[in-house]
Design a binder for this molecule. Structure first.
Ligand code: ACO
Ligand code: OAA
Ligand code: MG
Length: 294
C-alpha cells in the first residue's frame, strides 16, 4: 500500500528544535525547508543542519521531503549535492516553470545517485508550480520524467507572479488548482495544495482543505503543527456518506452474485463509476482510522 501524504508540515531548515520534534506532530510528512523559510545569511547553516539531522534522527513513519532552493539560485547545486546522498523520500523543487527545469534536475540527481551507488531515481521529485508558466505547463511537467511523483501548488508565489490578491475565499486559485489536480491525476501522481497562512483560523483551513479535496488534491502543506488535525479531518468522509457508500458496495456485491449488472440504492441507479466512488469513500474512511493506506 502506498503511504498517504495528506499533511506535509514545513519546518524551517535552520531551526534544530523544530526539526527534532518532527516525528511527534502526527503529520504524514515533513518538509524540511531550505528555501523561503530560511534567510539568505542562513542558507549554508540550514543545509548543514538538515543533512546532519537526517543522518541521526529517527523520523519513524513520517515521510521526509526536503525543499531545495530554486535551480536559478547559487544554492541549488550545493543543496542537491548535500541532500540527495541523505536519501530523503523526495525533494521539492520550487518554481518549476517548464519541463526543462525538471529534466535538468533529474539529470543532475541521477549523477549524484550513481556516485553514491544508489539506484537511479531513488529520490523522488515533487514539482512546485508557483509561476504562471508552471501552471500553464502543468501536464507537461507532470509527465516529463518518472521521478516526478507529485505536483504541488505554491499559492503565495503564484499570486505574486500573477499580480493578484490572495483572498480568503481563494477564487483566484480556483483555475490553477483545477489545472494542477487534473494534470497530476491524469498522470497518476499526487497533487498537493498550498499552505493556509493564518495559523489561528482552523475553520478557514478546514473549509479550504475540504474544497481542494473536492477538486482531487491528495494532500496539503501546513506551516504549524496545530494545522495537521484540521487537514486530516477534511479527508474524512461524513458519517452519512460512509453509510451510503456501504449500502452501495453491499448492493453491488449482492447484484453481482445474482448476475445482475445494475441495481438501485435509495431510488438511484448504481453502476460501475458509482461503486468506484463508494469504494474510494470507504478507503478514505479507513485511512482516517489507520492513516496508512490509499
Ligand atoms: C510561502 C512559504 O514558502 S510557506 C513555507 C515556509 N514557511 C515556514 O516553514 C514557516 C513554518 N512555521 C513557522 O515558522 C511558525 O509556525 C510561525 C513563525 C508561523 C509561528 O511560530 P510561533 O509564533 O513560534 O508559533 P507558536 O508559538 O504557536 O508555536 C508553538 C510551538 O510549535 C512549534 N512550531 C511552530 N511551527 C512549527 C513548525 N512549522 N514546525 C515545527 N514546530 C513548529 C514552536 O516551535 C512552538 O514550540 P514550543 O512550544 O516547543 O516552543
Ligand atoms: O504553499 C506552499 O507550499 C508555500 C509556497 O512556497 C508558496 O505558497 O509560494
Ligand atoms: Mg513559494
Amino acid at each position: 500500500m502506498k503511504r498517504a501524504l495528506r499533511s506535509m508540515l514545513y519546518i524551517p531548515g535552520n531551526n534544530p528544535g523544530m526539526i527534532q520534534h518532527a516525528p511527534i506532530f502526527g503529520a504524514d510528512s515533513v518538509l524540511l525547508d531550505l528555501e523561503d523559510a530560511v534567510a539568505l545569511s542562513e542558507k549554508d547553516a540550514a543545509r548543514r543542519l538538515v543533512t546532519r539531522l537526517m543522518g541521526v534522527l529517527d523520523f519513524g513513519d513520517v515521510v521526509v521531503t526536503v525543499r531545495l532552493n530554486g535551480a536559478d539560485t547559487s544554492f541549488f547545486e550545493e543543496d542537491l549535492k548535500a541532500v540527495v546522498p541523505c536519501r530523503p523520500d523526495a525533494v521539492r523543487l520550487p518554481k518549476c516553470s517548464s519541463p526543462e527545469d525538471v529534466v535538468a534536475a533529474d539529470v543532475r540527481m541521477t549523477e549524484i545517485e550513481r556516485s553514491c551507488g544508489f539506484e537511479s531515481r531513488t529520490v523522488k521529485l515533487h514539482a512546485m508550480l508557483e509561476t504562471a508558466s508552471g501552471i500553464a505547463l502543468a501536464r507537461e511537467i507532470a509527465s516529463c520524467c518518472p521521478r516526478v511523483t507529485a505536483l504541488t501548488l505554491g499559492g503565495q508565489d503564484l499570486t505574486a507572479d500573477l499580480g493578484v490578491a490572495k483572498t480568503r475565499e481563494g477564487w483566484e486559485l480556483f483555475v490553477p488548482r483545477s489545472q494542477v489536480a487534473l494534470a497530476a491525476r491524469s498522470c497518476g501522481i499526487d497533487a498537493f495544495d498550498t499552505v493556509w497562512a493564518d495559523v489561528n483560523d482552523h475553520e478557514g483551513l478546514l473549509e479550504e482543505t475540504k474544497k481542494v479535496v473536492g477538486l482531487g488534491f491528495t494532500g496539503k502543506a501546513a506551516i504549524h503543527p496545530g494545522q495537521i488535525p484540521w487537514i486530516h479531518k477534511a479527508f474524512v468522509p461524513e458519517e452519512k456518506e460512509i453509510a451510503k457508500a456501504l449500502r452501495i458496495v453491499e448492493a453491488a456485491e449482492a447484484a453481482e452474485k445474482e448476475g445482475r449488472g445494475v441495481v438501485a440504492v435509495d431510488g438511484k441507479m448504481v453502476d460501475a463509476p458509482v461503486v468506484k466512488r463508494a469504494r474510494h469513500t470507504l478507503d478514505m474512511a479507513r485511512l482516517a482510522e489507520g492513516g496508512v493506506s490509499r
